[in-house]
Design a protein around this ligand. Structure first.
Ligand SMILES: [Fe+2]
Ligand SMILES: [Fe+2]
Length: 482
């Protein structure tokens, strides 16, 4: 077996980084551990800490068959430190150090930059657990409840992944950052999480599916960019996290699809062909397509803000330094230095949208965002196929990138979902038609009634095509203990 494929489950902290042979870091993590468990009990899934959940746990980091499924109480989940296997002879794939051996230690000159990137990534992980902690009470099925908890425990593990890097490579500063990761709280007035979208509420299950589709996909893009890093421990950490992230996006993608399926099925059964006959559709107890579109508008726009400013010196510096690459950098065919290249950026200048060629190095946030948008489109296309098959004249779409933005080129303007610029008064009047309003929220909330019988599903969502781990439809994914 290559180095690091097997996981040591003997100690307090499962790992494949030989913690047993690293007394300093093991001690640091064992000291951090009780605070983590306290955080999990305080801020993790509310009301299900004693329940047995059918969860997958990593037993190796080999992409083929790394997981094993079993009933686990969430506080006993084997959170651990898992890195993808080391690639011998790996070199820095981009930037001014391209071709030099990948760093196994933090290069002094990039220490602050790396610490910041790792801390920001780390902060998003517990944030989403906090955002989702009330959802267990209204799960549409045991299958969905299990999926929620799987996402939650893995986000917890992602926090461990980042905390390991902080403790191992950043000394006292790293320890302080690790403490603060447990102290901030999503949406808290005084100690919020670091990024905007991670301070928003996730009030209902449609929001959860949208979040895992859109916002976990931002996570995927950030991890893909960091997986290219010349700092090898970060690269290896992110590569393994990506294998877990795929499930989170599956939950979102298939979750939204099942909502759409159920809606069009109910419409067909009731002979409703007008997707805008919202009152009639809601009377069926399903979520009308225009409201699903509004949720897309909200979650897509909030998530685009996570990519930061379109034109960014920080992004240029991180690339140049060999710290943060592009999406699938290793598959791209150019000089991987970008010193002479340019990239088109949509900007807002004097009341108009203009496309300007800017130095490609400064436009890397936008480039990653563009790759993200492409990735989102494939999901929306699948959802539309369901609607089309049902013969309903409605198409879901991503809103214009300038819509509802708080960061970057479009932060100071309002547009409609097609990108037409609106003045303040028109925006205020049109807003309720483009983003979920109080009525929409109240209606969706009214549907959020828990279903806890094996194999049963709430009326607003279709059952999945297949169970988890090839289990039958009436499998008891969660054994609830009140
Ligand atoms: Fe994560
Ligand atoms: Fe995730």
């Amino acid at each position: 077996m290559p180095d690091g494929i097997n996981i040591d489950y003997d100690g307090l902290i499962p790992n494949n980084v030989d913690l047993a042979g690293d007394a300093r870091v093991r001690k640091a993590l064992e000291t951090w551990h009780p605070g983590y468990i306290d955080w999990w009990k305080d801020m993790g899934p509310e009301g299900f800490q004693e329940s047995l959940v059918y969860l997958r746990t990593a037993i190796g980091v080999d992409p083929k068959g790394w997981a094993k499924f079993d009933y686990v109480k969430m506080p006993d989940y084997k959170w651990g430190i898992l890195l993808a296997p080391k690639v011998e002879g790996r070199t820095i794939p981009f930037g001014k150090h391209k071709g030099e051996p990948a760093w196994q230690e933090v290069p002094g000159e990039y220490r602050a930059m790396l610490r910041r990137l790792i801390t920001v990534q780390g902060d998003t992980e517990p944030a989403s657990v906090e955002q989702q902690r009330h959802l267990g009470a209204t799960a549409p099925s045991l299958y969905d409840l299990r999926n929620l908890f799987q996402v939650n425990v893995e986000e917890g593990r992602h926090l461990w992944a980042m905390v390991y890097l902080l403790h191992k490579y950043f000394g006292n500063d790293g320890r302080e950052e690790a403490e603060e990761l447990l102290a901030r709280r999503s949406g808290h007035q005084d100690t919020p999480r670091m990024l905007g979208a991670f301070n928003e509420a996730t009030p209902d299950w449609l929001s959860f599916f949208m979040f895992t589709f859109f916002t976990d996909r931002d996570g995927k893009m950030q991890l893909e960019a960091l997986a290219q890093s010349g700092f090898d421990p970060l690269s290896r950490t992110c590569r393994f996290m990506l294998t877990e992230e795929a499930h989170h996006m599956f939950v979102g993608d298939s979750g939204v699809q099942r909502v759409v399926e159920r809606t069009v099925e109910a419409m067909r059964d009731a002979d409703i062909t007008d997707p805008h006959d919202i009152a009639a559709i809601r009377a069926l107890g399903v979520i009308d397509l225009p409201t699903i579109q509004k949720k897309i508008n909200l979650h897509f726009s909030l998530t685009l803000d996570l990519f930061g400013n379109e034109i960014s010196t920080n992004a240029a510096n991180a690339f140049n330094a060999g710290i943060k690459g592009r999406y699938r950098e290793d598959k791209l065919e150019d000089d991987h230095a970008l010193l002479d290249a340019t990239y088109p950026v949509l900007r807002h200048v004097n009341g108009q949208f203009v496309t300007e060629e800017v130095p490609a190095l400064s436009a890397l946030n936008l480039r990653l965002r563009n790759d993200y948008v492409q990735d989102c489109i494939s999901g929306v296309t699948r959802w539309n196929r369901v609607i089309e098959k049902a013969g309903i004249g409605f198409k879901l779409a991503l809103p214009h990138v300038a819509f509802n933005r708080a960061i970057g080129e479009f932060a100071g303007i309002h547009t409609d979902i097609d990108g037409n610029i609106l003045d303040e008064a028109v925006w205020q009047a049109a807003r309720d038609g483009m983003l979920p309003n109080d009525d929409d929220a109240a209606y969706i909330t009214s549907l959020m009634v828990p279903v806890t019988e094996n194999g049963k599903f709430a009326g607003w969502i279709a059952p999945p095509k297949m169970g988890i781990d090839n289990k039958p439809g009436d499998f008891e994914y969660v054994q609830i203990v009140a």
